[in-house]
Write a protein that binds this ligand. Sequence first.
Ligand SMILES: [Zn+2]
Length: 209
Amino acid sequence: MSGRVASARVIPLRSKPTKQMMARSELRRLDKWWRTLNRPFELNSYFGPQTGPAWRVRVRAHPLVLSAIHAVRHHRGATGVKPADANTGGLVLAVGMYLHSGSVVLLRDDMRVGDPNYLRDHPLKDELATAISDHWSRHVLIDFHGMKDDRNYDISLGLGRYPPPRTQRLAERLAGAFELRGLTVDLGGTASGLSALSEETITTRNCTP
Ligand SMILES: [Zn+2]
């Protein structure tokens, strides 16, 4: 999933007010968490902290696992430094805290580890696969990225290389919710060039049937 998050704010997604709809105070709380939890990623010109673990994998009983593996600028081998997908780290942690769901974030640049979505073998993917292996059929992994404004969509929902039917159904429900709020959605990500078809992405690696 990709979206414009460089200048971000929280909006409710339901089509009409319901008893379950988030109150404005809840939205403000989530927005505050987002901004606060994003600050460590912004350190050192968005390379993140200079010490500590390079990533963190948390899988819970909740079926959702949200990830932001480009949350900081990072070295990607011969192709140099990849820019950060701004604000995605704080967003994943804030929503994960709100929902009590799992989260996976790249915390800081470490030249030794590289990009989990670019390298075929990466220890982050091994750790994630091990963490969710007990619940393989239940968990849904949604990987958050940023997107340039020139893609002409607000949201791009790439489905990965081998999307199972439930991935398609979930994407259709998400697209419907976004569109009801007036956001434009590229379902499948083809038009915006963000289909996530690479064999190396963490969604394909961890979700191939
Ligand atoms: Zn990205």
